[in-house]
Design a protein around this ligand. Structure first.
Ligand code: AMP
Ligand code: ZN
Ligand code: FE
Ligand code: FE
Length: 282
């Protein structure tokens, strides 16, 4: 059996390993194919693709975009097979970075107000030139001893309901899907469990809307999906004729409990990568 990982992050966003190192790790883990899905940026894709070519591991381009969604849920859209050079995508990622640029200083200011000493410069240093994301800030708070874990950093300060939580401007799901498709890619709903639906019937209703908006796939396997969720998502993907994908959502040291290629104890079958590539060729 051959396995893959279609959801992971590098230093181009809020992972701790450079793109090349993520690819090397995937190879060392015995994976036969992968994607890199950094938040709001395609900056890591060219380095990752070259390294994948060099090491002989199959690679498909990727991105993860946060879309508007009713709290307390979150809706993340994965885009696979996008052309990183597409002007539409360049324009989009520029705007997404601007929205982060508006939000991030508010978080730092609020943290300072509640007695947490941290600066934008420290956050930038932690981001190592990549997109500034909250997991890096969480790592700083842990290191400085304000909290004991990444989870506590989100629960107390950075997450929904936390003391320093601020939302950022987002695309609608319709626009996110449209942007991915116009850049040559297929849009896949990431970790559907994070929509925080009360039951699978409600999830199905939302999924149907997204399919009408042009959704092409569903992330069936993910680190936050238990066995029942995987089974139900697999069924829903079949029902709506969606591609199936899976990934760990690896972030390196920023989410130390998540290993590349393994999602809550499961591995992701190679056949899903082949079906994705086949769909992208059409
Ligand atoms: P950002 O893109 O800066 O808004 O940060 C998003 C990142 O924060 C994603 O990798 C999420 O998985 C992570 N994240 C969001 N909420 C939480 C939470 N409650 N606990 C841990 N990580 C979270
Ligand atoms: Zn992330
Ligand atoms: Fe996500
Ligand atoms: Fe992710």
């Amino acid at each position: 059996m051959s396995y893959i990982d279609l959801h992971c992050h590098s230093t181009a966003s809020d992972g701790t390993l450079p793109p090349e190192a993520v690819v090397k790790l995937a190879k060392d883990c015995g994976l036969s194919a992968m994607s890199l899905t950094d938040h709001d940026t395609v900056a890591g894709l060219s380095a990752a693709a070259s390294e994948a070519g060099r090491l002989g591991i199959d690679f498909v381009t990727g991105i993860e975009i946060s879309a508007e969604y009713a709290r307390p849920g979150t809706l993340h859209m994965l885009g696979y097979g996008i052309d990183p050079a597409s002007p539409i995508l360049q324009d989009l990622t520029g705007k997404l970075l601007e929205a982060r640029g508006d939000r991030n200083p508010k978080i730092v200011e609020k943290l300072n107000e509640v007695g947490v000493a941290v600066t934008m410069d420290e956050w930038r240093a932690e981001a190592k030139g990549g997109v500034l994301g909250r997991p890096q800030l969480a790592a700083i708070l842990v290191r400085k001893g304000y909290v004991s874990s990444n989870k506590q950093a989100f629960d107390k300060y950075l997450g929904e309901g936390g003391l320093a939580y601020f939302d950022k401007e987002r695309l609608t799901s319709r626009r996110a899907i449209e942007m991915v498709r116009k850049s040559g890619g297929v849009a896949v709903l990431a970790h559907p469990v994070q929509l925080r639906k009360e039951n699978f019937a409600q999830l199905e209703t939302t999924l149907k809307q997204l399919v009408d908006e042009g959704l092409g796939g569903l992330e069936v396997i993910h680190s936050e999906h238990d066995d029942l969720t995987v089974r139900e998502l697999d069924r829903l993907a079949d029902k709506f004729n969606l591609l199936k994908t899976g990934g760990s959502d690896f972030h390196g040291g920023n989410k130390p409990n998540i290993g590349l290629g393994i999602a809550n104890g499961r591995r992701i079958p190679r056949a899903w990568f082949d079906a994705l590539v086949k769909a992208l060729k059409r």
